[in-house]
Design a protein around this ligand. Structure first.
Ligand code: NAD
Length: 256
């Protein structure tokens, strides 16, 4: 039995990395899927990568824009008629620098995408789900939403904010049978992590990667599929009694 049969899933930041891998898994589990990302070219590449299946819609939009957010929700409803799963995943890493040296424009951009974007998505998707009397939202936080680390204060701040957003939303909509949870990966092999590795030590990203992997109890980075498997569980009815929860998927990193 396919776990997302007859469900419609909306994934932001869906053209690459964890979002793209989750789309692949969702499609294989019977969902129809909308991918939202910044650029049409990247979305076309992603659709090709997924085999251009029926039941895939791509929308170019910036999650931090109110107008774009209204549009990606409206177009999903026009095409598929409902939204059962919302993977609120789009995010950026910001710059690597001590807090005192961070530029306020960079802080604002990280907050705009990671917090305002996630908030706007909830504002427009939750009314659809409460109207349906069912739905599951998975907010993308990070290990950086559970503990601190040096030189990425804007990112850490934004990912802690996603925890507050998750708890606030979960309590508001629970009586409508809508669930809201967050996921908290440790480093995952994606473009974003590559950029952070280079930011920590320019030209020596591979060494940074090895050092970081050694801090993870299971001894390796996550792969996008490791995260997608948890997102699938939270998206499906297997997690019907779980809401307002924070899920590490981190090789044991949060435990230490
Ligand atoms: P990625 O860079 O591979 O993918 C992120 C996608 O989001 C990209 O396709 C990008 O174009 C899109 N995006 C960025 N800004 C956007 C915007 N304003 N509107 C729409 N789309 C936008 O990175 P990833 O590692 O797959 O990251 C996905 C999420 O996972 C992020 O929220 C990130 O913070 C989180 N995360 C990643 C890691 C990791 O180690 N890679 C760990 C913990 C959490």
């Amino acid at each position: 039995m396919k776990r997302l049969k007859d469900k419609v899933a909306l994934i932001t930041g869906g053209a690459a990395g964890i979002g793209l891998e989750t789309a692949r898994l969702f499609l294989s589990e019977g969902a129809r899927v909308t991918l939202v990302d910044l650029h049409d070219d990247d979305l076309s590449d992603a659709a090709r990568d997924l085999g251009s299946p029926d039941g895939l819609l791509t929308i170019a939009a910036d999650v931090s824009s109110v107008e774009d957010c209204k549009r990606y929700v409206a177009q999903t409803l026009e095409t598929f008629g409902r939204i059962d799963v919302f993977f609120n995943n789009a995010g950026i890493e910001g710059k690597v620098a001590p807090l005192a040296d961070q530029k306020i424009e960079d802080f604002d951009r990280v907050m705009a995408v990671n917090v305002r974007g996630a908030f706007l998505g909830l504002q427009h998707v939750l009314p659809v789900m409460t109207g349906q009397k069912c739905g599951s939202v998975i907010n993308m936080s990070s290990i950086a939403g559970l503990k601190g680390s040096p030189n990425v204060a804007p990112y850490i701040t934004s990912k802690h904010a996603v925890v507050g957003l998750t708890r606030a939303a979960a309590i508001e909509v629970a009586r409508h049978n809508v669930r809201v949870n967050s996921v908290h990966p440790s480093p995952v092999n994606t473009r974003m992590m590559r950029s952070l590795e280079e930011g920590f030590n320019p030209g020596r990203g591979d060494e940074v990667k090895q050092q970081l992997a050694e801090t993870i109890p299971l001894g390796r980075y996550g792969e996008s599929l490791d995260i997608a498997n948890l997102v699938l569980f939270l998206a499906s009815d297997d997690s019907a009694f779980i809401t307002g929860a924070q899920y590490p998927v981190d090789g044991g990193m949060a435990a230490g």
